[in-house]
Write a protein that binds this ligand. Sequence first.
Ligand code: ADP
Length: 185
Amino acid sequence: MEARINQGTLTLVEGDITREETDAIVNAANSRLMGGAGVDGAIHRAGGPSIMAECRKIGGCPTGQAVITTGGNLKAKHVIHTVGPIYQGGNRGEAHLLRSAYLSSLQLAASQGLKSIAFPAISTGIYGYPLTEAAHIALKTAVDYLRERADIALIRFCLFDRRTYEIFAAELKKLLEQETVSKSS
Ligand code: ADP
């Protein structure tokens, strides 16, 4: 699924983010940047040990923020490591922190002159964020960013399984319909 927003493009695909060819791919890291299971493990396996060596030098990343390394053996030249919140019921600032993880990644990419970025569904695996809510926050942050700024040309969401893709597609459709309604009213 693809949407044109302002001068940018937002795309949803089902697949493995380690194969993406965007300027940067985003890693759903943990705050110690120590690698782990899920997408984090997949990125370090595919990218090789140089990414972890850079992560060790950086030392860590607070929840809701982002840091950047090179992409090692990946097609993407850069990996942006961001830390989403662990879902603990929804009253611990999770929504704000999840939005901040996406926004910090976009701002960091733009500050480095990068034009395209691919995201996984941050916090929706081991960190337990309910998928529909997480999809809404992810997409709203991306759509608002493309509306407000023209420095990133392409935002891709690379979703690992069919169910995640379908939920993101339904949420994007809803968001774009709301946008049309608010424009014409
Ligand atoms: P978190 O700890 O932030 O929840 P996870 O890696 O456990 O991170 O899961 C985040 C999302 O990434 C989940 O939807 C998971 O299915 C997905 N995922 C796992 N491996 C990959 C991959 N290679 N490419 C894209 N998404 C992936």
